[in-house]
Design a protein. Sequence first.
Length: 325
Amino acid sequence: MQAWQVHENGEPGEVMRLADIETPTPGDGQVLLKVRAANINFPDVLMCRGHYQVRPPLPFTPGVEICGETEDGRRVLANPALPYGGFAEYAVVDAAALLPAPDSLDDAEAAALHIGYQTGWFGLHRRAHLEAGETLLVHAAAGGVGSAAVQLGKAAGAKVIGVVGGADKAAVARELGCDVVIDRRAEDVVAAVKEATGGRGADVIYDPVGGDAYTQSTKVVAFEGRIVVVGFASGTIPSPGLNHALVKNYSIQGLHWGLYNTKNPKLVRHCHEQLTELAARGAIKPLVSERVSLAEAAAAVQRVGDGVTTGRVAVVPALSKGATA
C-alpha cells in the first residue's frame, strides 16, 4: 500500500515521504481499515516535529483521525494505532474503540466529527458545564478545534465570541455563527471583549492556543468564569498566576480528551451519540475547507502547521484514483 512515513523529525513538508510499504497486519484486538478520509490535526504536525507528548517510533505514519471502512463494508470512525496512522491507504485501529460514522455526514465530515468535536463537547459540557445564555469566548475560532467549539456553543444556546487572526478567518467565523468576531490582528482583544459583554467578560473561554491568548483570557474572564485549556498551538505554554485566579474567582481547567479513552470509554461513546444526534438535525456540521489526495498530504500538513488553513483539511486516498469525496 501507499503510506506517508516520517523517518526523522522536522517540518512536515520536509520529513514526510510517500512510500510503498507492506500493508500492516493487525494485532490482537485490532482491525485493519481501508482509509476513506483522514483529517489533519495539529498533533500530526507536532509528531512530525517531535514535539508531541506521544512520540511514536521512527518511521511512523501520521494521521490520528480517520473515517474508515471495515472488511464487511461498514463506515466507522477511529483513531489509528500508531505507528500505522491514517495518511495511508490502510490503517490499523483498536477494535474496541470503533464508532459508527454518522449517515448525515460524508467521509471527510464524519472523520472531522471525532477528535475536534469530542474535545469541544468534553471541554464545554463535561469540564466547563456551559449553560444556555452564558457567553463563550473561543480562540482560533476559524480553525479545526475552534470551529467545532463555536458550533457546539451555539447548539448549547450560548452567545459566542470568536477570536481569529485575519479578515479571511473572520469571515469564516461569522459563517460558523459567531455572534461577535474579533480580529486579533486589527483589534484590541481585551477591549473588544469587554465592550461586547458590557464589561462583564466571558463565562467560559475555550483556548487551544496558549501564549498571548491565555494572557488575554485572564483579563476578560467573568466572575466564576472557566478557562478551558485544550492546547498550545502558539507554541508557548503559559505559566498561570494562581493568585490572579484567586482574586478574580475563576477556574483553570485542563482537558486531555485522549485520557477518556482509557479512563471512561463509555463517556466517549455517549458523547458520540450526542454529536451524531446534533449532526442529524443540522445543529453542527464539520467545516471541511479542503479535500486533498494522498499525494498532496505532506503539503497539506505543512499548511496546517503554518496556521494558514481554516476548519479541517481532509486527506482522501480515493481522490488519487480519480474518485470523488
